[in-house]
Design a protein around this ligand. Structure first.
Ligand SMILES: Nc1ncnc2c1ncn2[C@@H]1O[C@H](COP(=O)(O)OP(=O)(O)OP(=O)(O)O)[C@@H](O)[C@H]1O
Length: 584
């Protein structure tokens, strides 16, 4: 006897994916008021949807009961939740059909019964057992229909032991905006002292009053901070998350984002301009003048600053930002990666600033999640220039989503709603990373494949300033070698299609241990010296290599290994392969 297992089933089993079935099967039943069902529509089918509201299991239950035949008469005698026992839901035709198999009904021929359960989720009335609740959520809590907040309580308790008040506030804001705890006010009351501790400490110190205790003003200050974070993450105030918003002027709330972009110190900006502008090289100066003229003209523009590493891109962008901001205009600095964002004054990641959807790869028609009346929308509407660094890592859908959002926010059909957009980066470096994709997918996703790219004006920086400043001939050679590799000018090996690094490229080590030893020599004596650590790093292309190297170095260090638990875990570890790494 043999058994054949197909390749897909074999893979399914090797990865231990769940092979389950539900017995008895469960049919989800819709519950809504008349014409209150959810309607999904697109531009194409909007009219059809408006004239003909979609059928649901509930509307069709009523239709079934109106039928004069034996099935309609029988359906009338059933509770809604019992319908799936005698009828199956035809998903395509959107109608209940009598079962053809099962246990025959004792007295009505043609009716068959199965074990299927009907499940429905309902919102319970606010008044229960003579008690009146303020919200439906409170009523559901009373009925124990909602998940309790125990794990958020434990998470905050854990953070209270190990984290700074600022970090606990951040964690609380994330829990509020993304995990929707049922009793947020209770969590706040329990942990508010931990979140306000630094404010208490500061006021004790400034007033030289060590016995001062927490006051409502201090709690309010912490709440303002938490609310600002909530607005940053989700564009919604604390009141949206079941807490009372701190009492502060409405304008203050709406314009937090705007204030952030206007807070630059004029003296600092003037210093950057006075120090750096005279240093510009001829090519940097041309680009600077071109951009500043476009910003002054206020007619929009779309530029790409093509600049290999070390050509003074950050130097030039910082100057453009400072000059625009010194004219009391808004210059928004964003970058595709967190590290690049930290190099720009006021820089933030594109995903956080523009609220881009996470799975942008699958959303060619996406928009940024920015509401028209939000603070961030005001910032984008008022921006004189938006600079997007390391843009080459960006998916073309992100740029297109940004283009559509700007058109919508500014009510202007020009490119990016008529705002000046300066992209910068180097296509020789990392392209968009798309999990589980092929090289062709990445090429298809990069910016040059976007319909917007035909309108871009490319500005080039070519002189490597790092080499010029070091005055080191070997640096010159190294920079040329890098460019040659990036430009594909090094011959590929016939069989492997790999390139061979030039002989005098850099110091090559044979093993991972040697690499660690040469980058972190004598680490046992220096591992507590932060400056020493800040001056060295090992980069790797894959997370798994980074983890291995980290683990290896940690093993060398004295002390016990500590494991900190995170809440981002899957319940069933075998399921881990089903989630993209972004979840961890
Ligand atoms: N015109 C200039 N005069 C003096 N120094 C400059 C000039 N342009 C750039 N530099 C210096 O050259 C170095 C490299 O510049 P910068 O960091 O701006 O390059 P980059 O293109 O952003 O490089 P990377 O892409 O590797 O980050 C910096 O130390 C910067 O201060």
């Amino acid at each position: 006897m043999g058994r054949y297992i197909s390749s897909s089933e074999a893979i399914w089993r090797i990865f231990s994916f769940p092979i389950h079935e539900r017995e008895p099967s469960v049919q989800h039943l819709a519950v809504h008021l008349e014409n209150g069902q959810r309607v999904y529509f697109t531009e194409e089918n909007i009219l059809q949807r408006a004239f003909e509201t979609p059928k649901t299991t509930l509307t069709e239950f009523f239709t079934l009961c109106q039928k004069s035949d034996v099935f309609g008469q029988f359906a009338k005698t059933l509770l809604y939740t019992d319908v799936p026992r005698y009828f199956t839901w035809n998903k395509i035709g959107k109608k209940w059909e009598p079962r053809k198999q099962g246990k025959p009904h004792p007295s009505i021929p043609g009716i068959f019964k199965a074990k299927t359960l009907g499940r429905l989720y309902t919102v319970h009335p606010k008044q229960l057992n003579d008690r009146v609740f303020n919200t439906y959520q409170d009523a559901c809590c009373e009925l124990q229909l909602l998940e309790a907040d125990n794990h958020w309580d434990l998470t905050l308790a854990d953070a209270a032991l190990t984290s700074t008040p600022n970090n606990i506030c951040q964690l609380f804001a994330i829990i509020l905006t993304t995990c929707f705890p049922t009793q947020s006010s209770t969590l706040w009351e329990k942990y508010k002292n931990y979140m306000t501790e630094d404010i208490l400490h500061r006021i004790r110190r400034t007033n030289q009053c060590p016995n001062l205790d927490f006051t409502p003003e201090m709690y309010k200050e912490a709440l303002v901070l938490i609310e600002d974070l909530c607005i940053l993450i989700s564009n919604l105030p604390l009141s949206h998350y079941g807490m009372s918003s701190p009492d502060r002027p409405a304008a203050d709330l709406v314009n937090t984002d705007l204030q952030r972009e206007k807070q630059y110190n004029d003296v600092d900006l003037a210093t950057i301009i006075v120090n750096n502008k005279p240093l510009l090289t001829a090519e940097q100066k041309n680009i600077y003048n071109r951009i500043m003229l476009t910003v002054d003209a206020d007619q929009g523009g779309f530029f790409f600053l093509d600049a290999p590493g070390g050509t003074g891109k950050t130097f030039l962008i910082s100057l453009i930002l400072a000059k625009t901001r010194s004219q009391q205009k808004i210059a928004l600095a964003i970058a595709s990666s967190g590290i690049a964002a930290t190099l720009l004054d006021g820089g933030r990641t594109a995903h956080s600033a523009l609220k881009l959807p996470l799975d942008i790869h699958n959303k060619p028609n996406a928009m940024c999640n920015i509401k028209k009346k939000s603070g961030m929308a005001t910032v984008l509407q008022k921006s004189a220039i938006i600079i997007w660094d390391e843009c080459t890592m960006t998916h073309k859908h992100s740029l297109e989503a940004f283009h559509r959002t700007m058109q919508d926010l500014k009510g202007n059909h020009k490119l990016f709603g008529g705002t000046v957009l300066l992209l910068s980066g180097d296509f020789r470096q990392t392209l968009p990373v798309i999990p589980h994709s092929t090289f062709a997918d990445e090429i298809n996703a990069y910016l040059k494949q976007s319909f917007l790219w035909t309108s871009v004006e490319t500005l080039r920086l070519t002189m490597n300033m790092r080499v010029q400043l070091q005055n080191d001939p070997t640096a010159q050679v190294f920079s040329k070698q890098l460019l040659d590799i990036g430009n594909g000018e090094i011959e590929l090996h016939q069989n492997t299609q790999y390139i061979k690094l030039p002989d005098i490229f850099c110091t090559v080590v044979e093993t991972r241990n040697e690499l660690i030893e040469s980058v972190f020599p004598d680490i046992l004596n220096y591992y507590l010296d932060h400056n020493w650590l800040c001056n060295r790093a090992i980069l790797a292309a894959r997370n798994v290599d980074v983890n291995e190297i980290n683990f290896h170095i940690q093993q060398i260090l004295p002390g016990d290994l500590m494991s900190f638990k995170s809440i981002d875990t899957v319940i069933d570890e075998n399921e881990i392969v089903n989630f993209p790494t972004e979840f961890f």
